[in-house]
Design a protein around this ligand. Structure first.
Ligand SMILES: Cc1cc2nc3c(=O)[nH]c(=O)nc-3n(C[C@H](O)[C@H](O)[C@H](O)COP(=O)(O)OP(=O)(O)OC[C@H]3O[C@@H](n4cnc5c(N)ncnc54)[C@H](O)[C@@H]3O)c2cc1C
Length: 496
């Protein structure tokens, strides 16, 4: 019981069962007294073959304290503590999330998907009202063929709208009512015992088989395990790629985000509690959304290399103008940025004593990146605590989680390709809008299309689940019927 010392015998079984109840099913399935997992949980049964694993006194370095880094630190410290393993964890990030404007912000639309809100609640992490600025209860789908409102399938406000930083560039300090989501997560990690180091990691090298980091301020430190969570907007990814040759950074493309300061009354009048989603026939634009928050509305444009002409065409579109007050000029407001978003996951995001999580590893295509950061961070922490920290451990236990997301993204790419075709075919688009409108007007109808679109735009379900739903005979027959009605009504010039 060497590793379990420090845990009193009365709470020992409770601790093990509490942790086991939170393990993924693959771990549970692999459990047996002789299995690898049991040897890892009870190391005295191990044959002492020099396996790379965490033990008392191990030091862990986490680079980046966006969602991935903070979730990883929180879970790893929680799990090691439950097993009585005493490790030290340093969490590096130069960003101070208490600072107003871009320097304190990790640039994002700020939607926390329903599935993530639920998973966090199951972990005992409830998002406070000082962080959640608005509960989104519906979305408005705007297309060239009409607009339609889709309510939350279960009529609950479960999507949370947040700001990643303390507030946009033009916020008055006296108007700050909500706190940064990333700061909230960082504090969760610090509460579990992470040591926050406000410094940028500039180099990684290897010393006797252990990763060594050096920061901008000259701090040097060796670690037993390094978790890299620097996202895709950091030039550091290139450094890490050089130090860990088997790793290839994810591919990414440029997006656009801006923050409109509208005030609560105007927000209520123009946007309400709905996220406004646009499917417009603009080349290279995959998806656009306006998300109401407390005082601001966040506009996000996702697609392929979003540039100034595309932003201009979008902002000048009459459908977009209708969602904003007339006094707002069709130009980007003072707080705007062009962060990158992943289009392909990293190649081999792990090695001996190193693992890449969140955007630096694999994330969901165009959706729920924070949810993917949670999943990859938790899977990496579970692997490090229960399996080991060698390349083979990460390959066996961490990589399957990443591959699941990767495969799902391939389905997502096919779904987005289909949406692009719809965007260019007004008659079909009309049929889709009609189908949603009928479903929303008659609550007794099965909401086939509403559910597909809800999950597609909110990121609440996997792309695989969306595809599965779209293959339902009821969905397909209604779609064909509504597309025919859409064609006929357009030809006759009658719009039902
Ligand atoms: C336009 C746009 C809209 C989006 N909208 C949403 C949305 O509505 N909902 C959603 O779930 N996801 C959304 N995402 C995706 C989401 O932003 C990311 O998936 C998520 O932020 C990934 O978290 P992360 O921790 O991996 O990386 P990041 O959030 O990028 O965090 C990386 C951290 O690493 C730090 N760092 C970088 N380099 C170093 C270094 N050398 N040393 C120390 N620290 C370093 C940075 O300061 C930063 O704090 C959106 C993305 C884009 C581009």
């Amino acid at each position: 019981m060497r590793r379990l010392r420090g845990v009193n015998s009365g709470s020992w079984l409770t601790n093990v069962s509490a942790v086991l109840s939170r393990l993924p099913s693959t771990f549970i399935r692999s459990w047996s007294p002789e299995s690898d997992l049991s040897r890892q949980l009870f190391p005295e049964a191990e044959n002492g073959n020099g396996k790379l694993k965490l033990e008392n006194g191990s030091r862990i370095g986490v680079i980046g304290s966006g969602p991935a880094g903070s979730f990883f630190s929180h879970f790893l410290l929680d799990m090691t503590r439950r097993f009585g393993v005493d490790v030290g964890l340093d969490l590096y990030d130069p960003r101070d999330f208490a600072v107003i404007g871009p320097t304190g912000c990790n640039m994002c639309g700020g939607i926390i998907s329903e599935s993530l809100v639920q998973m966090l609640a199951a972990e005992g992490i409830n998002l406070p009202t000082t962080v959640v600025q608005r509960g989104i209860d519906s979305y408005m789908l705007h297309t060239d063929m009409g607009s339609v409102r889709i309510d939350t399938p279960l009529h609950e406000k479960r999507i949370a709208a947040i700001h990643r930083g303390t507030g946009p560039r033009d916020i008055d300090a006296k108007d700050i009512k909500w706190f940064s989501f990333d700061r909230f997560l960082q504090e969760l990690a610090v509460d579990k015992g992470a040591r926050l180091v406000r410094d940028r990691v500039d180099t990684i090298s290897w010393q006797d088989g252990r990763p060594r980091i050096k920061t901008r301020r000259g701090l040097e430190q060796d670690y037993d395990l390094l978790a890299v969570a620097v996202g895709v907007n950091s030039p550091s990814l290139k450094l890490f790629q050089d130090a860990i040759p088997q790793y290839q950074a994810p591919q990414s493309t440029k997006t656009f985000i801006c923050e409109y300061k509208l005030g609560p009354e105007t927000l209520e009048k123009y946007l309400g509690d709905s996220m406004h989603v646009f499917l417009l026939n603009l080349p290279r634009l995959e998806f656009a959304a306006i998300i109401p928050k407390g005082e601001y509305a966040t506009l996000c444009l996702l697609g392929e290399d979003i540039d100034k002409p595309l932003i201009k065409s979008f902002l000048e579109s009459p459908l977009v103008r209708k969602c904003l007050p007339p006094e707002v000029p069709p130009e980007p407001p003072p707080c705007h940025c062009s962060p990158r978003i992943n289009t392909y996951g990293a190649v081999q995001p792990f090695g001996d004593r190193v693992v890449f999580i969140g955007d630096s590893g694999v994330t969901r295509l165009f959706k729920d990146g924070i949810g993917a950061a949670y999943r990859t961070a938790k899977a990496a922490a579970e692997t490090a605590v229960f399996a080991g920290i060698s390349r083979e451990d990460f390959r066996a236990h961490y990589w399957p989680k990443c591959r699941e997301i990767d495969v799902d993204n391939k389905i997502g790419k096919a779904i987005f390709a289909l949406t692009r075709i719809w965007q260019k075919r007004p008659h079909d688009l009309r049929g889709i809008v009609l189908m949603v409108a009928k479903e929303q007007a008659d609550k007794k109808r099965a909401p086939h299309m509403s559910m597909v679109l809800w999950d597609l735009f909110t990121g609440s379900a996997t792309y695989r689940e969306i595809l599965w739903r779209a293959l339902h005979p009821g969905f397909l027959s209604r779609l064909v019927w509504n597309v025919i009605v859409g064609h006929v009504s357009l030809i006759r010039g009658k719009l039902p």
